[in-house]
Design a protein around this ligand. Structure first.
Ligand code: CTP
Length: 402
């Protein structure tokens, strides 16, 4: 399945480097041509001789000079590769990759990559959980790199938790999967909405909700990786989306989101409304900051326009409409009602009753409802995996027009 595929494996200085010879052996067995690059400190964990023997090619570890005195050309390697796998990746190298600090051959090769890039972090659980590591992973993922989530288990420190590099067999499966499934949304136009909306009360206050935008951004990224031309209409969020196939439109209020979506929707083949759009807005927005007084204060709220319902009303033949529903009670009934009333093909049901799933969290658990009932039941997963599940479901269950 990987016959003739040209794969660069980049190794950094983590104890998990001992697994890389197995990874290389599996890739070679699958028919891939493998080139190994490593950081100087990776050599403390696994020897270039072992790796050169397994890959049948010299290993590059020096940033500039090969053993024969020639210049090590990272640009050439970037052009040559069909995929790059960086495994294991330390917190240090993650930071360098995310911020373009090219002080070794591994990072220069990463920055020269023209192909899909897979990153398998490995580190102690506290280092992995640290906000700087998580931010760097977020940045790398937003660049379109595939993050191979570390597994939970015993770590070199003796502690136990997330941080173990994924097993070589699984990494190879992911790479194979990538080469077979990839580009199943090539050139399809997709509209994704994400995040909350802010409804102004006065110049400094607003009504909002706890949505972070993570689910919508993960969906946009997954569709973009599969070749779709994605328009991402997002409410206020700190998330970044730099994949070249994503055209981002920032909005603030439900009305602004409505206008942006109504312009885009008629020309898109798939619409995925993951945004948590406010159902109400203030009837009057004060232009000056409201002053407090001792008297009770009330706001008059009026309904916003339901974007998805309107897109459903104007739905084109062959257009696929996917909504989200966040429910706390009678989940299935409410979701089904929204599916029919908004003229949708599928509705993704999030339950607030599920531990570890929902707003502000890294993980989610969804089910997908179609007109026959529950068509897909997921498990608790990282939101990027959930995005993959949702896109897979849409691709498999609806004929995408050629
Ligand atoms: N939605 C929308 N425009 C709105 C409100 C919601 O497009 N003004 C979309 C959401 O993005 C989501 C779906 O409708 O895809 C369902 O949103 P939800 O808030 O769960 O449902 P509502 O229809 O607003 O009903 P309720 O809040 O009463 O549950």
């Amino acid at each position: 399945m990987l016959k003739g595929k040209r794969i660069v494996v980049g190794i950094t200085g983590s104890i998990a480097a001992y697994k890389v010879p197995f990874l290389v052996r599996l890739l070679v067995k699958e028919g891939a041509e493998v080139r190994i690059i490593m950081t100087p400190s990776a050599k403390d964990f696994v020897t270039p001789l072992t790796l050169a023997t397994l890959s049948q090619h010299p290993v590059i570890a020096d940033p500039f000079k090969a053993d024969n005195g020639e210049w090590n050309n990272h640009v050439e390697l970037g052009q040559w590769a069909d995929a790059m796998i960086f495994a294991p990746v330390t917190a240090n190298t993650l930071g360098k990759m995310a911020h373009g600090i090219a002080d070794n051959f591994v990072v220069t090769a990463y920055l020269s990559a023209k192909c899909p890039v897979f990153i398998a972090p490995a580190m102690d659980l506290d280092m992995y959980a640290h906000p700087s590591t998580q931010n760097n992973l977020g940045i790398l993922s937003s660049y379109g790199n595939f993050i191979i989530e570390p597994q939970v288990g015993e770590l070199a420190s003796g502690l136990s938790g997330p941080g173990r590099m994924e097993e070589p067999e699984k990494i190879v499966l992911m790479i194979k999967d990538h080469f077979t499934n990839r580009l199943d949304l090539n050139k399809k136009k997709i509209l994704v909405t994400a995040g909350p909306t802010y409804e102004n009360i006065d110049p400094v206050r607003f009504l909002g909700n706890r949505s972070t935008g993570k689910m919508g951004f993960s969906l946009a990224l997954e569709a973009a990786r599969r070749g779709a031309e994605v328009t991402l209409v997002t409410g206020p969020t700190h998330l970044i989306a730099l994949h070249p196939n994503i055209h981002r439109i920032d909005v603030e209020s439900a009305e602004e989101m409505y206008r942006a979506c109504m312009l885009e929707a008629p020309t898109t083949e798939i619409v995925i409304m993951a945004a948590a759009v406010s159902d109400y807005t203030c009837s009057r927005k004060s232009t000056q900051k409201l002053k407090k007084s001792s008297a009770p204060f009330s706001l008059e709220l009026i309904p916003t326009r339901d974007i998805l319902r309107e897109i459903g009303r104007q739905k084109k033949k062959n257009q696929i409409l996917v909504g989200f529903a966040l429910e706390t009670d009678n989940e299935l009934d409410h979701a089904r009602k929204k599916l029919t009333e908004k003229n949708l093909d599928f509705i993704v049901l999030n339950s607030l009753n599920e531990n570890g799933a929902g707003f502000g969290l890294e993980t989610n658990k969804i089910s997908i409802i179609d007109h026959t009932g529950t068509a897909y039941q997921g498990t608790l997963q990282n939101k990027s995996v959930v995005a993959e599940e949702i896109i897979d479901f849409i691709v498999k269950n609806r004929t995408i027009q050629p």
